[in-house]
Design a protein around this ligand. Structure first.
Ligand code: NAD
Length: 486
């Protein structure tokens, strides 16, 4: 924690950003483009220090994964925003009602003001910089609160952003839960929170004090449904990669797999083999990401022990180091009272659940809180259509995992327990802007015809035209029946 991570410093930063926003409330497109380009250049310049800092925070994390998701993905998001900004910012003409013909209506996307961003630790840079990109594109000022589990990433990001932006435009804070609480209680104009559903509820409660709107990017148990038409080799390769990426510490990692009963053995063997191909020796491999802290590693072992104690079978797909390196652990014989079926895993444990048919896999997912991601493996169009329309989830990838998260033009967000809203793409731009309705009355429009005294011929005709006479036989017109009036 930095000395400046205090409530007083937060309040001072907000006051400075608020008065800067009042002084320059609507940055031009040229100014926004300049800021986004400067941020992109900074990401390029700082990619190595950022990657090193994240790796140090994790006690070992793949340089490629650090750069691809945390640095390159926001850079691509900037390219996308630069290509679409003119269209996003453009005021939209809207139709005026028939009665008001001759006047003009439009929607202007106005910057909200100061946006607060609270990041988790698992992809610390993209969770801060991703919302920052959209917030800047929408013309806002931004306060960022990083996680207490990523202090080195926080320090490097703070230096990088201070090089590009004055503090009255972008400021970064670290600190733990207390600072998080204080941050969520500030009178911000919007909060983008990434974290757990439990803390998401607290954020919403705190934000309600000022009626601050929120975007909540939460987690949950994202299922991978393997249909009967699936290639087991494809499903196994994708799911093994999904569990190995960041050691399963990803909000969209496949949490568990639903597999046709008769193909369980084949699936488990193929997934174990796929993992071993990716990481033959995880403990000695610097490309295999460690668990983010002793606490997270300990919790993973506790979850496995709980499952084994309740009768599960575990296939370990490689040697860990007994410490923060844990290889993929595939669990079969899963029962509802096991913690691995109740809690979001966020680690390289893969529960595999046997299903008799596709309907029962869908029912399994529907009966639980809505997940952030849903994966379907198979080539049955009817199954895919039913899944897409019937099952709620933040987003879907078909025949692989997570790649929908890389598509800058798609919104990325949850549904129900996995979140509210999205900070990305056109939907993100709109959520971090206020869609202001502007109706301009033409100077010759005779609006006084609708003023009192009421009952003019034109007023009566207008009502008659739009409402008709009413139907005296239905009892809806005329005086109230005596009984009711009494
Ligand atoms: P967390 O909810 O514990 O913490 C997230 C952030 O909130 C941290 O900065 C933390 O300091 C702060 N915080 C904690 N308690 C707070 C409080 N009471 N008030 C205000 N702020 C508080 O989550 P985590 O352990 O850092 O991250 C893991 C969770 O995040 C998982 O559930 C995962 O699925 C989810 N996640 C979601 C996404 C997404 O985009 N949907 C991405 C990454 C992680």
């Amino acid at each position: 924690m930095n000395d400046s991570d205090t409530l007083e410093a937060l309040e001072a930063a907000l006051a400075a950003q608020r008065s800067a926003a009042l002084a320059a409330p609507f940055p031009t497109r040229a100014e926004r483009v300049r800021d986004l380009k400067a941020l992109r250049m900074a990401l390029q310049r700082w990619q190595d220090p950022l990657s090193r800092a994240m790796s140090e925070d994790f006690g070992g994390r793949s340089d490629f994964e650090c750069k691809m998701l945390d640095v390159m993905a926001p850079a691509l998001q900037i390219d996308h925003a630069l290509g679409h900004l003119r269209r996003w910012m453009k005021p939209r003409r809207r139709a005026v009602d028939w009665l008001f013909l001759g006047n003009a209506a439009r929607v202007v996307y106005q910057p909200k003001g100061v946006v607060g961003v609270i990041a988790a630790w698992n992809f610390p840079i993209i969770e801060a910089v991703g919302p920052l990109v959209t917030a800047l594109a929408a013309g806002n000022r931004v306060l960022i609160k990083m996680s207490e589990f990523s202090p080195r990433s926080t320090a490097v990001l703070r230096r990088m952003l201070a090089e590009v932006f004055p503090p009255e435009q972008v400021a970064v804070f670290g600190g733990g839960v207390e600072i998080g609480r204080a941050f969520a209680g500030l009178p911000l104009d919007h909060i983008v929170f990434t974290g757990s559903p439990a803390v998401g509820r607290e954020i919403m409660r705190a934000a309600s004090a000022h009626l601050t709107p929120v975007t909540l990017e939460l987690g949950g148990k994202s299922p991978a449904i393997v249909g009967r038409s699936a290639s087991i080799a494809t499903a196994a390769r994708a799911i093994a990669h999904g569990k190995a990426f960041n050691s399963g510490q990803a909000c969209v990692a496949p949490d568990y797999a639903l597999v046709p009963r008769e193909r369980i053995d084949e699936f488990v063997a193929a997934t174990a083999q796929a993992f071993r191909r990716l990481y033959p020796n995880p403990a000695a491999d610097p490309q295999y990401t460690r668990m983010a802290s002793d606490r997270h590693a300990h919790r993973t072992r506790e979850l496995l022990a709980d499952a084994v104690a309740k009768g599960a079978t575990v296939v370990s797909c490689g040697d860990g180091d007994g410490n923060r390196t844990i290889a993929l652990q595939i669990v079969t014989g899963v029962k509802p009272d096991m913690r691995i079926l109740q809690e979001e895993l966020f680690n390289p444990i893969l529960p595999v659940i046997a299903c008799d048919d596709f309907e029962s896999s869908m029912d399994f997912v529907i009966s639980r809180p809505r997940p952030l991601a849903l994966y379907y493996f198979g080539h049955d169009r009817t199954e895919l259509d039913r899944l897409t329309r019937k099952v709620h989830a933040g987003g879907m990838t078909v025949n692989d995992w997570a790649w929908h998260v890389f598509q800058c033009d798609l919104p990325f967000g949850g549904s129900g327990n996995s979140g509210i809203g999205s900070w990305r793409g056109p939907e993100g731009f709109r959520s971090l802007s206020h869609a202001k309705s502007v109706f301009a009355m033409h100077r010759l429009f005779p609006i006084q015809l609708f003023h009192p005294p009421y009952g003019t011929w034109l007023q009566r005709m207008t009502l008659k035209l739009f409402l008709g006479r009413g139907d005296p036989l239905s009892g809806a017109a005329g005086p109230m029946p005596e009984k009711e009036a009494a």
